[in-house]
Design a protein around this ligand. Structure first.
Ligand code: F6P
Length: 363
């Protein structure tokens, strides 16, 4: 039976989005007369006048699984439930356009939506589902901070980039006898930082889940120098904070931007260390390099599995679900459970591994 599926990618992009889109198109192509459309820039495309929706067919998606980014665009500004409108005095207000969105889905005869995104996007999925939309969520984020899934795609690629940065910093740090601080992304979760620190063999890793004591970091570097090593690598997550202090962040000046912008902890940390240690230091902020480029094989495979599973759920008419990876299976979970954060808990094996081979966590 003919069916029209709309695909959206929302929030910050990450490697693997195109692999999901391709898998959805390929799996839907196995059904009789199923058509796949993409809304440009998340739900903005369908809410625009005229609408910006593109046909996604075998030709459009050929070979895109190796490309970073998303061929249908994305945004983290504006949700259908809180759409930014500029008032005549230049200030901004938000309006709820969700009913209009639902009307537009009906007018386009769209029977199911696949919304690929992080926690903010899956919150939108859940609210649309509650209003009767046949929707499936697909989790994505380099931060790996969504619950119910062992991993999100994009994360492993980000860890590869961050680990490569640690490896490169080691050689220059060793040549100059320096402390090198690498600031990585991850929002309120330390997954990228902790993984790269273990993979790269950093001396210190500071994560949001464990507020740090600067004196512990200083002691670690001093003992390393005393033991004959003149350099050290510190990986710091952008959301890390000192005990009793706050993370380095600033409000965004972009209208409708949904998050606080984290960043700057690397330089703050260097100032704190410089006040206590007489050693040369430098800071590298890895930034969006972690989000761009070719997805690694793991992320391509996971993304492809998610895309196929999403279409299978549509076929079973099992809506209001998010696809998830629970090793070794690809499963589906209720959307309402999926938006809780997945942070590193004290008992996590990776944290124990870090402690178990002398990486300092600043506590
Ligand atoms: O959520 C993904 C992420 O890359 C975070 O790690 C980071 O804090 C944020 O997005 C950056 O967002 P933007 O691309 O809007 O600067």
């Amino acid at each position: 039976m003919a069916k029209r599926i709309l695909v959206t990618t929302g929030g910050g992009d990450c490697p693997g989005l195109n692999a999901v889109i391709r898998a959805i198109v390929k799996r839907a192509g196995q059904e009789d007369n199923w058509e796949v459309l993409g809304s440009i820039d998340a739900f903005h495309g369908i809410l625009k006048e005229p609408m910006e929706i593109m046909q996604l067919d075998k030709k459009t998606v050929a070979g895109i699984h190796v490309r970073g980014g998303t061929i249908i665009g994305t945004t983290n500004k504006g949700s259908p439930f809180a759409w930014p409108i500029k008032k005549p005095d230049g200030s901004w207000e938000t309006v709820d356009r969700s009913d209009e969105l639902i009307q537009r889905l009906k007018s386009q005869e769209i029977e199911a939506v696949v919304n690929i995104g992080g926690d903010g996007s899956q919150d939108i999925s859940q609210r649309l589902f509650q209003k009767g939309v046949n929707i499936i969520g697909v989790p994505k984020t380099i931060d790996n901070d969504l619950s119910c899934t062992d991993f999100t795609f994009g994360f492993q690629t980000a860890v590869e980039v961050a680990t490569d940065a640690v490896d490169k910093l080691v050689t220059t740090a060793a040549s100059h006898n320096r402390v090198m601080i690498l600031e990585v992304m991850g929002r309120g979760a330390g997954w990228i930082a902790l993984s790269a620190a273990v993979a790269g063999g950093a001396e210190v890793v500071l994560i949001p889940e464990i507020p740090y004591d600067i004196e512990k970091v200083v002691a670690k570097i001093r003992s390393r120098i005393k033991n004959g090593k003149g350099f050290a690598i510190i990986v710091v997550a952008e959301g890390a904070k000192p005990a009793g202090g706050r993370e380095a962040a600033r409000e965004s000046d972009e209208a409708g931007y949904q998050n606080v912008r984290l960043g700057g902890i690397g330089f703050k940390l260097m100032e704190e260390l410089k006040a206590r240690l007489d050693i040369s230091m430098r800071v590298t902020v890895l930034g969006h390099l972690q989000r761009g480029g070719i997805p690694c094989a793991f992320d391509r495979i996971l993304a492809t599995q998610f895309g196929v599973k999403a279409v299978e759920l549509i076929k079973e008419e099992k809506f209001g679900r998010m696809v998830a990876y629970q090793h070794p299976d690809i499963v589906d979970v209720p959307l309402e459970k999926a938006t809780a954060y997945n942070l590193i808990n004290q008992d996590h094996y990776l944290l124990k591994t870090a402690r178990g081979h002398n990486i300092c966590l600043g506590d």
